[in-house]
Design a protein around this ligand. Sequence first.
Ligand code: MN
Ligand code: MN
Length: 332
Amino acid sequence: MTATSDHVTQGPPYGPADALRAPRYTGIRTFARCPHVTDMRGVDVAVLGVPFDTGTSFRVGARFGPEAVRSGSTLLRPYNANLEVDAFADQSVVDAGDLEITPGDAVTSLGQIAAGLERVVRAGVTPIVLGGDHTIVLGELRAHAAVHGPVALVLLDAHVDTGDAYYGQRYFHGTPFRRAVEEGLLQPERSVMAGMRGSIYDDREWENARDLGFDVIPCEELAALTPAEYGDRVRARVGDAPAFLSFDIDVVDPGFAPATGTPEVGGLLPREALRFVRSLTGVDFRGYDVVEVSPQLDGPAQPTALLAANVAYEFLGLNALARQARDAQGAS
Ligand code: MN
Ligand code: MN
């Protein structure tokens, strides 16, 4: 599982084992077959699981998301032909394992997630988190805001997740972005939510998110945008703010991503969703997550976990491009 000797002498200290020497179905299940490392020295990007799922309103099971997405990631190859970048050549990538959580206790878990992730972010490492239900993003945003100040949110999700409380619970997978605004972790006027659809509680649901300051692009409007148009709209709004990209797998149609807690029909095709993610070059992302994968609901061949792994792979590509751009700026 360790880097090859070539990597040690010529490339980043950590990355996937060479698939031409170690077939990709071999080895311990880590993200993209990167080594499991918890010491953040020599690390640029850390993939972390957050197996918390008791903040859900419908189907549970996302506690097993990290494990499934890791398994879905074993086939990934280094070169991202769409973004035209090698995901591992110039960044040292590890799987840092799972953060501590407390099943059934969202408040305690959010504190654990924030503390665990802040250690990573403070070390100058970019985290890619595998959920877990969407409750966990509040802990992630606490960690990022503690280091970077309030961040811009770029959300792809079938839902706005700006409810106030469910069953009297204020810390829930339908409320994290309202809590994040209340806690001063976000710059909503720099943030864009897209992909919202399905039946909603009332005609105010999306308006309530807009009242908090978010730009909300419902799925029907998003589907009419080209990826380039979407990317331009996000860049224009986020500007140079430090940003966080959150991808709820339910933004994709449940025909293609059935393994999720709150499925809504009429969603994006996987190809469309991947294109929207790739269109986000030039945004200053400090962290990423892909959440709400509940693998026991997946179909044969695990299409949802496979897609989530590829979404995280696009995050790695965006991050590699951003690092290249920063290096070029520093060199000029
Ligand atoms: Mn969500
Ligand atoms: Mn959702």
